[in-house]
Write a protein that binds this ligand. Structure first.
Ligand SMILES: Cc1cc2nc3c(=O)[nH]c(=O)nc-3n(C[C@H](O)[C@H](O)[C@H](O)COP(=O)(O)OP(=O)(O)OC[C@H]3O[C@@H](n4cnc5c(N)ncnc54)[C@H](O)[C@@H]3O)c2cc1C
Length: 560
């Protein structure tokens, strides 16, 4: 359990990605007396959020959108309103063509290619097509059988094991694996169902069946008053907001994805510009922390030339890297027993931090300075595990130009006033949102391909640029009928391959246990003077998860 910070304490934040920045923002709001030092090894803020500027366009080298309906997103929107950057928020309306999502299916297409893109159901007709596609083979039978599967309780199990056990079909291989590729670039056979879909095992325990639970929920939904998210209630109480979270959430139901004008990295940059003006917040760029140790009740951090003494360290960096730089002190009572081996004390912090496994992604960004028809418009497509042999380790493709063209600014002052209005009913908010449906045709073509992930055993397994470009050309030709060579000579045409090593932590079976061990070890060996945010041991791997975790822990540390 984190201890609250004493008056006028100092804290070191490791990393100026979205986690470090939002944590600093919230902590400063709650405890302006605390001196915050933000250490960043590079010259810029954003971490994985990196928008690379080109003359007429930008490439996103990490995330480009974030989920619209989420607690962390609401907190972030409030934060952006507080720093005056809300008008830069863009939303993708659910009814825009660019919100159509696809899966790669084994069905042959009209061109004779042995794979086609199957739309994820959005309405009745897409639902019927989906259910009769080979990808959904046995799905109906699996859904019908699920309520009669025995209720079992596992301490933990893989996503694949859970779905096979409950639905007894190829659901995991054909559909769930694709979703998991899109979020974790991970393997359904290794990832923990309790860590990444925690509600599903809970539903099984509560109702004996997922389907029965859902039917019961649907029946009672109309009579039950929507509960206020406890974190949002805390947020309103502690940080305060001028937004009506209830109305904004209803409005956001129409915007599954949000982004930021000019590239997502402009968001952390706006936040940095705001934080730089606050007296008790100091940024240290080009400052890679190389050692962290307890020293006479303080935490000593060393960068290339200086030692800083603080009362608490908030780490948001890769935990394998963190394991290499921390020197934990063994508590005197356990010193002789060696905390690293004793079963009673559990494994040491360094060991636990290095146990978390990260995945490697190969990203290919493509820009063609004209609109190229690819027969479908949408958000992009994901590739299920069962289709891997036809897709060269492809995890998914994002249709950036479709998304960017459809995005509209919907959080201007005037819009917020209208959404906030007490009299706005859910129907009115829905109607108000309809003006943001945008189906304009893009004037350019921008695509991002994500490859590798769990298909690559290690960073060393990542293919070179030439091999990757060859694979990408074949994928685009087979799946989208795009011949890249046709456009390569156009001015401004760009194709970039980027290796993104050790980027997404994998919540594998046993992860929740590991998280507890990390917290216990930090408590014993670091006297609770270190805490962990970000993707590794926070609330999840997405940007909203990082923001929510930043608020939660800043509130606990603030002691308010
Ligand atoms: C390819 C990819 C695609 C993604 N797509 C999405 C998406 O579509 N939507 C979504 O919500 N999320 C997405 N994510 C996840 C999202 O990027 C993360 O949730 C978020 O960026 C994590 O931010 P962070 O601040 O926790 O960590 P990071 O962004 O990793 O920031 C950590 C910072 O610490 C710095 N640092 C590291 N070591 C040291 C040191 N020793 N000393 C000082 N500084 C150090 C680093 O330079 C970095 O700036 C994606 C991630 C990846 C990799």
């Amino acid at each position: 359990m984190l201890k609250s910070l004493a008056p006028n304490s100092s804290i070191a934040v490791l990393g100026s990605g979205i986690s470090g920045l939002t944590f600093s923002f919230f902590l400063n709001r709650l405890r302006p007396d605390v001196k915050i030092h933000i250490f960043e090894k590079s010259k810029q803020v954003g971490g994985w959020i990196r928008s690379e500027e080109h003359e007429t366009f930008h490439f996103e080298k990490g995330p480009r959108t974030l989920r619209g309906t989420n607690t962390g997103t609401l907190m972030l929107l409030d934060l952006l309103t507080k720093i005056g950057a809300n008008d830069k928020v863009l939303g993708l309306h659910k009814d825009s063509l660019a919100n159509k999502k696809y899966l790669l299916s084994p069905f042959s297409d009209v061109h004779g290619n042995n794979a086609k893109l199957l739309q994820v159901p959005q309405d009745f007709s897409s639902f019927v097509k989906f259910m009769f596609d080979p990808l959904s083979k046995d799905l109906i039978l699996g859904l019908l059988k699920e309520p009669w599967q025995p209720k079992l309780k596992y301490s933990d199990e893989s996503v694949d094991h859970f779905f096979n056990r409950r639905f007894a079909t190829k659901l995991s291989e054909n559909i769930v694996s694709a979703i998991v590729h899109g979020i974790y670039a991970g393997d359904v056979k290794k990832l923990s169902v309790k860590a990444i879909f925690p509600r599903l095992p809970e539903m099984e325990q509560e109702s004996g069946s997922i389907i029965r639970y859902m039917i019961a929920q649907y029946r009672t939904k109309k009579n039950v008053k929507q509960k206020v998210d406890p974190f949002l209630a805390d947020y309103e109480k502690l940080i305060g907001t001028s937004l009506s979270f209830k109305n904004i959430s209803l409005f956001l139901k129409n915007f599954p994805m949000l982004s930021f004008q000019g590239g997502l990295q402009k968001l952390p940059i706006s936040l940095k510009n705001h934080l730089s003006q606050i007296e008790n917040i100091k940024f240290h760029f080009d400052s890679k922390i190389k050692n962290i140790a307890l020293e006479s009740g303080k935490v000593a951090l060393t960068d290339h030339d200086q030692v800083y003494l603080v009362d608490h360290v908030r780490s948001t960096i890769n935990t394998n890297e963190l394991a290499k730089i921390i020197s934990p002190v063994v508590p005197s009572s356990t010193k002789k027993k060696s905390v690293f081996k004793s079963k009673a004390n559990g494994p040491g912090l360094v060991k636990c931090l290095s146990w978390l496994h990260y995945t490697n992604i190969l990203m290919c960004n493509i820009y063609i300075p004209k609109h190229v028809s690819k027969s479908i418009t949408g958000f992009g497509y994901l590739v299920p595990r069962s289709m891997s042999s036809q897709a060269s380790k492809l995890l998914g493709v994002i249709f950036d130009s479709d998304i960017e063209t459809a995005m509209t600014p919907n959080f201007t002052e005037a819009n917020i006033t209208a959404i906030n209005s007490n009299s706005a009913s859910p129907k009115q908010l829905q109607k108000f949102s309809d003006q943001f449906v945008n189906n304009d045709l893009p004037k350019y073509t921008k695509l991002t391909l994500m490859l590798g992930g769990h298909y690559l055993k290690s960073e060393a397994d990542m293919p070179g640029s030439a091999e990757s470009k060859h694979a990408v050309k074949a994928i685009l030709s087979n799946h989208l009928n795009i011949d890249l060579d046709e456009f390569a000579s156009l001015p401004d045409f760009k194709m970039e391959i980027t290796k993104i090593p050790n980027c997404i932590p994998q919540y594998e079976v046993g992860y929740l246990d590991l998280k507890r061990k990390v917290q216990n070890a930090a408590s014993k060996e670091f006297n609770d003077q270190i805490s962990f945010g970000g993707m590794a041991f926070g609330d999840g791997v997405g940007i909203p998860d990082c923001v929510q975790n930043a608020f939660k822990d800043s509130a606990t540390l603030s002691g308010i």
